[in-house]
Design a protein around this ligand. Structure first.
Ligand code: PLP
Length: 394
């Protein structure tokens, strides 16, 4: 089947897409419009934590869709409370507001912090964020993001986001004034090329924010729900933030995200926050099914073991091809190619049946399903080896 048979021109061009139409997915594999199979190490950008179309999601959707889809967020529904309870019972937080995307969760976190500042810090509203960070594509979350490409876009931006540098506590302290209400941080800068905050930095950041009586917000949209080997990445640093945002893996592939906060930070009043689809039982039932799998005994240890296997394999390839460091945690890893050939590697790998992501010109990012097999990791390494042979040697 030719690509020309599909009405591709009817979609807004928001990104450059490869000439493929994916029609079916199962586990770590995707099939395109020609029936060609691809090993998927992108997984919807770290979204499909249980792979493509897992039975638990199909079953949760089918079962819930026969019971109740959307009563209105102004009424209670059971799946949203059950999922909120699971999150609360397994975290340091007390209350949850469900959203439909990560950006919407972060937008909510910004509003919640400003609301808290109005009540507790004489109207303080500034939120310190980090250079190269990514928090979403609404106007406020683009304003909060430190992604350099966003700087000239959609001016004037939402004010109130002074910038610091990750793993540089002094740069954070410099930005804190009487106007500051919070610091918002991705524990691993994902879009920036998988740059982890160190354990020490996260601990110091917690101590600093406590000292100044301001909130610590962790954006765990990419790192949460088991991606880095613990349920939430902040556990690696052994800290308790005030606010956390979740997305991506929370719904395992369906649009579901969340704003999560401690009781003390949960200061919205009726009318402050809401949304037609927020907390709908159809998506919440999926989130509950996904989280139950991630919480099952041995699952997170499995992520850790697969992550270590993948990291070892990537280090071997790095040595063999004269590349740079392998970094990240769990199954959110990056390989530094030390030269700007990442998009070429992605293209050549795709031709060979492997889907990869290049968040930076010299960086490859790996974010496979959390439950993939060791054989699939080995298969990926063989395919990547071949692509590197062609691009790096060539
Ligand atoms: N925050 C982080 C750390 C992300 O990685 C992303 C998405 O890539 C977002 C926020 C935005 O989430 P969404 O694309 O669901 O709006």
């Amino acid at each position: 089947m030719s690509l020309a048979t599909f009405p591709t021109e009817t979609l807004m061009e928001i990104t450059e897409r490869p000439p493929l139409v994916f029609q079916r997915g199962e586990g770590s594999w995707l099939w395109d419009h020609d029936g060609r199979r691809y090993l998927d190490f992108v997984q919807g950008w770290a979204v499909n934590c249980l792979g493509h179309c897992p039975a638990v999601i199909s079953e949760a959707l089918a079962e819930q869709s026969r019971k109740l889809i959307t009563p209105s967020p102004a009424f209670y529904n059971e799946p949203s409370m059950q999922l909120a309870r699971l999150i609360v019972e397994h975290s340091c937080f007390d209350r949850v507001f469900f959203t439909n995307s990560g950006a919407e969760a972060n937008e909510g976190a910004i509003k919640l912090a400003r609301r808290w500042g109005a009540q507790n810090k004489r109207g303080a509203y500034e939120i310190v964020t980090f250079e190269d960070s990514f928090h979403g594509r609404t106007l406020a979350t683009m304003s909060a993001s430190g992604k350099p490409q966003f700087r000239p876009l959609f001016e004037p931006k939402v004010p109130g986001f002074p910038r610091a540098r990750l793993n540089d506590l002094a740069s954070v302290e410099e930005q804190i004034t009487a106007r500051t209400v919070a610091v918002m941080v991705e524990p691993i800068l994902g879009e920036a090329g998988v740059v982890p905050a160190t354990r020490e930095f996260m601990r110091e950041l917690r101590a600093l924010t406590r000292r100044h009586g301001i909130l610590l917000v962790v954006d765990e949209i990419q790192t949460g729900v088991g991606r880095t080997g613990t349920l939430w990445d902040y556990e690696h640093a052994d800290i308790t933030p005030d606010i956390m945002t979740l997305g991506k893996g929370l719904g395992g592939g369906v649009p579901l995200a969340a704003l999560v906060a401690t009781e003390a930070a949960s200061c919205f009043e009726p009318g402050d926050q809401g949304g037609t689809f927020n907390g709908n039982p159809l998506m919440a039932a999926v989130g509950r099914a996904v989280l139950e799998v991630v919480l099952a005994p041995g699952f997170l240890a499995g992520v850790e073991a697969r992550g270590a296997h993948l990291a070892q394999g990537l280090s071997r390839l790095s040595g063999r091809h004269g590349l740079g460091e392998v970094r990240g945690r769990g199954l959110l890893l990056a390989l530094d190619l030390r030269r700007d050939v990442a998009s070429k590697v992605v293209e050549v790998a795709r031709e060979g049946g492997l889907l990869l992501n290049a968040p930076r010109p010299h960086i490859l990012r790996f974010m496979p399903a959390l439950n993939l097999s060791l054989q699939e990791i080995d298969q990926m390494l063989v395919m990547l080896d071949a692509a590197l042979d062609r691009v790096v040697a060539g």
